[in-house]
Write a protein that binds this ligand. Sequence first.
Ligand SMILES: Cc1cc2nc3c(=O)[nH]c(=O)nc-3n(C[C@H](O)[C@H](O)[C@H](O)COP(=O)(O)OP(=O)(O)OC[C@H]3O[C@@H](n4cnc5c(N)ncnc54)[C@H](O)[C@@H]3O)c2cc1C
Length: 472
Amino acid sequence: MKIKNFGHNVAFTPRHFYCPQTEAEVLEILNNHKNGQVRVAGGLHAWSRAIISDDAFLDVSGLSQIKLEKDNEGTCVIVGGGTKLETLVKVLAKQNFAIPAMGGIMQQTVGGLASTATHGTGRSSFSHYIQSVRVAAYDADGNAKIYEFENGDELLAARTALGCMGVILSLKIPCIPRYWLTESSKVSQTLDEVLAGETEWPLQQTAIIPYSWKFLVFRRKIGEAQSFWGRLRSRLMRVSSYFITEITPHLILKSILLLPWNRTATVQYYKNIMPLLLRESTVTNQDYKGLTLHTRHHYTFRHVEMEVFIPEHNFKPAFSVVRQITEWFAGITSELDPVLVQDLEKAGLLQEVQAAKGSYTLHYIMFIRKVMPDDSLIGMTANQKTRYALGFFTYHRNSARQGYWDFTKTMAKILNRLFDARLHWGKHFPLEHQDIARLYPDMEKFKNICQKVDQKGVFQNEYTRKVFGLES
Ligand SMILES: Cc1cc2nc3c(=O)[nH]c(=O)nc-3n(C[C@H](O)[C@H](O)[C@H](O)COP(=O)(O)OP(=O)(O)OC[C@H]3O[C@@H](n4cnc5c(N)ncnc54)[C@H](O)[C@@H]3O)c2cc1C
């Protein structure tokens, strides 16, 4: 059975495909593959190669219980690892609860969210809030066993483990009361203006229009409960926004990409036309509806993203470099800033950048989100640093993505070497262990914990071995 991820950039055929319905069945599968390889399917929305298994591949959508519990801290939910996020948030919403953090879509599973530290904006990632994790892995004799990690380094490791600590059977996270989210879109001319808005709008996220370098800020904060008429207005705005913000711009972009002179057209579109289309408006929605408004029916517009996490203090200089390098690749600037030239030379990247002049035109807006620190060992914001996440997308079909692969590889290296950027584990990941190891002080601790529950490396694959620097 051939498996393809959302972006169609990862495809593989595992030798064995299972759909266990109980924990006992998971243990049996692990025992049968104790000398092989085991990986788990979530919603197949990761773009990195984390998902691949040549041997056993488990669809754990049967493990999808949802149970609310009250303790001294409040209400929490114990949720099966194969539960789709959309199912979870809708069940919780009926009880007037929400989860503390989620990203821009709801098609992932809970196990997938946890495995790659899926995040939204203005808060820590989903992983940070996990209070305990139940996994199926191996004991010291190599027999399958269930572990429940509730504290200590094991819990911190299991909060973001890329599937390397075993099969997530269930996890526990706190519930928060449902809330209303007010979003005001605002066009800004400078990054300073964008960042200044964070104090009042802590949940904001920002689209950067390339080549015109204007910003459309989706300023967000917790809002007031809406009356019947307010709710009706929000609903109508969601419908119109679906066409104006989601469908129309993507259709225009797809049409531009079909043109023979699409690179020039792309630059002209973002420079001269899109700024005229930007509209400012305010709407208040309930939590998950507001957080996911613009990504419904996203299968129509398949894409790939690489997301870099830049430490807060480096973000402004890094952004200036992103702008220069993007224009350099697009061939619309003929000279790089002399200071950048020196920095690239020191970082051993000057020749690579010089050779790339005019080789690729980035054709999609970039996104800025602010991600607060995670209490985990290897999450993208682990180790107490707030980071700005910056996403680079392609909407080309898979066979036409070579320019994007080259562009993102060079961009990732530049941002990694000059600004200590980390990459999202679940998105396109063009860096190697030697690039990233220095940025994860707890990586060795993480690897040791993985080894304790998986001495033979059954849960590792080519991707995890590459990024963790393990021998194949
Ligand atoms: C359109 C789109 C929008 C996105 N938006 C965001 C966003 O806003 N923020 C963000 O941070 N990310 C975002 N992502 C990335 C996505 O959230 C992550 O890649 C996430 O890991 C995908 O979850 P999934 O359930 O699809 O997992 P999969 O892609 O199926 O798997 C991801 C990894 O988790 C492992 N895994 C899954 N379930 C289990 C389990 N039960 N036990 C052990 N390991 C498991 C898999 O083996 C694999 O290594 C987006 C992706 C897409 C395609």
